[in-house]
Design a protein. Structure first.
Length: 545
């Protein structure tokens, strides 16, 4: 109960269901005294799922290192029994063809996402406490929140990086806690836990979707289209606490309606400020961090009719570290994130209809904005590289972009596009703003000072031929539902000497099977020691094994 009173000041001890274990009871140590491993975090959420009908835990996928990606969905038992129908009812918010919904009957969806940078470790600890509070609290306020909302908790956006960091901190901590910034505990060795297995920054992967963690998360995102989504981060020890709004205009994207920044962000900021004031914690806003690009987890929701928000807390980077504002402790950083996390749910429920109506208006306005835009369709493809074309098509479909197959051979802008090997993307669609971000070149800005990247056109990143059309005449037929399955063949039968491969395809140098050869594979008659090709068909038009 001492831990509850620290992390949930003002909450009555009697307002927590004793059948729901606290994180400390389950883990065996107080939150903030140790860095919790990913398997322990997943195990605790499984326990909440087991003991409470408010919680359902779902595995979205696995990382390169075989750690599970999980999301806990927390709402009333009645809503839990009806999640699929709630998702169906909410389609009216992002599909302008459907009639406007009854906003009073729809839940607001709040997504709390933690630890995309694995060594910004206070966030995943805060996830445990927030999940506990929403599961165990019996207060009338919490019950109202759960009736009016669906809260999703992604405790580990970067499980592999999280474990890399937690092992470092737990192996190098000491007693009493050394606070010297140069102590080994506070100077994590390269590569650290910020990135995933392949050292990719997952917080820059929301648009390009190069990593399995990002693709699994994107599929879940488009099931709900969250109205409010928070990305919990850490910054340098000498910082205090940052929340949006971001710096007006200079770090904002002109594709996004001003209401996102000037109404929704501002409304939420009042709740964040009040929560931190109640703790006596310092904070700041409107001075740093970009809100330009949909590559970020805190900005992508802005391009989908929600409001995405970055939280940054000054980090202890260990259990305790001396900073310009005094010693920063791990429990203190966790408590700040818990306070703003609860404030997020409170603010979303308080103005539920505001956020729901905004999303409906956002996707409706996408169609009117597309009418004003000079480009009416994009044609893309490479007849000599079907795999690369397919890969870009897959990215578009993961973003729920409407794509059509090119119905005839055409030459556009001195580039040849072949029927069946090229595609057409109309701008007049609900995902107009994402389409614009994927294809257009952004070269002018309100300010010359950037926190991060200035360009993110995926069409250029893939190096595909692209033509911008001022009419939509080439948009014909039904929308594509999935990339084609590419197949190939070995011509001329089995060779006893060599095979000649066309090298234009993206996958030409990539084996379709592991390098180790199972003993059951047939051996070539002409070379008993060499493995013969497997019987599975090659893909991408090249012979591969």
């Amino acid at each position: 109960m001492a831990q509850n009173s620290y992390f949930f000041p003002g909450a009555q001890a009697s307002s927590f269901d004793p059948k729901v274990p606290t994180p400390e009871q389950f883990l065996g140590y107080p939150i903030g005294s140790h860095y919790t491993r990913t398997d322990q975090i997943v195990a605790y959420l499984r326990e909440l799922d087991r003991v409470s009908d408010r919680v359902s835990l779902r595995v979205l996928g696995k990382t390169f290192e075989e750690r599970p990606q999980v999301v806990a969905t927390i709402t009333t038992p009645e809503n839990q029994q009806n999640l699929a129908q709630l998702q169906q009812d909410r389609r009216a918010l992002h599909d302008p063809k459907l009639p406007a919904p009854n906003y009073g009957k729809l839940p607001v969806v709040v997504s709390l996402n933690f630890g995309v940078h694995g060594n910004e470790s206070s966030s995943s600890e805060a996830a445990l406490l927030l999940a506990y509070y929403l599961t165990a609290s019996t207060s009338p306020e919490t019950q109202q929140w759960l009736q009016q909302s669906v809260v999703t908790v992604d405790p580990l956006e970067n499980p592999d990086g999280r474990d890399r960091a937690s092992h470092w901190f737990d192996q190098n901590k000491s007693w009493p806690n050394p606070t010297d910034p140069l102590d080994r505990e506070h100077t994590e060795a390269w590569p650290g836990g910020r990135t995933n297995h392949f050292y990719t920054d997952l917080n820059r992967d929301w648009l390009s979707l190069t990593q399995p963690e990002s693709r699994a998360r994107m599929a879940f995102f488009h099931e709900w289209y969250p109205n409010v989504m928070i990305d919990f981060h850490e910054m340098g020890t000498n910082g205090t606490y940052y929340f949006e709004p971001s710096k007006p205009f200079s770090t904002e994207n002109d594709l996004i309606p001003r209401a996102t920044y000037e109404v929704l962000n501002v409304h939420m900021a009042k709740h964040f400020a009040k929560a931190l004031d109640n703790l006596g914690s310092l904070y700041w806003t409107k001075e740093q961090f970009d809100n330009l690009s949909p590559i970020y987890g805190s900005t992508y929701p802005d391009f989908e009719g929600g409001v995405g928000i970055t939280f940054e807390v000054g980090s202890s980077r260990g259990l305790a570290q001396e900073g310009t504002n005094g010693v920063v402790t791990f429990p203190f950083t966790i408590r700040n994130h818990v306070a703003t996390g609860l404030a997020t749910v409170r603010g979303a429920v308080e103005e539920k209809e505001l956020y729901l109506r905004h999303q409906r208006d956002f996707f409706t306005s996408a169609l009117s904005e597309a009418k004003k835009f000079p480009t009416k369709a994009y044609v893309f493809g490479n007849a000599q590289d079907a795999t690369l074309t397919n890969k870009f098509l897959a990215v578009l479909l993961q973003h729920k972009v409407q794509v059509h197959e090119l119905g005839k051979n055409v030459t556009l802008d001195k580039q040849s596009f072949e029927k069946g090997k090229a595609y057409v993307v109309p701008t007049a669609q609900p995902q107009y703003r994402i389409v614009n971000s994927l294809f257009e070149e952004l070269t002018t800005f309100h300010d010359s000072v950037f926190y991060d990247v200035t360009g993110w056109s995926q069409a250029h990143a893939y190096g595909l031929a692209v033509s911008k059309q001022k009419n939509a005449n080439l948009v014909q037929g039904a929308a594509v539902q999935a990339p084609k399955m590419l197949t190939g063949e070995v011509r001329g039968g089995q060779s006893s000497y060599a095979y000649l491969l066309p090298w234009s395809d993206y996958n030409a140098p990539v084996p379709s099977r592991p390098c180790s050869v199972p003993a059951s594979w047939p051996r070539s008659a002409s070379s008993p020691s060499a493995p013969g090709p497997p019987t599975t068909p090659s893909i991408s038009g090249t012979a591969r094994w």
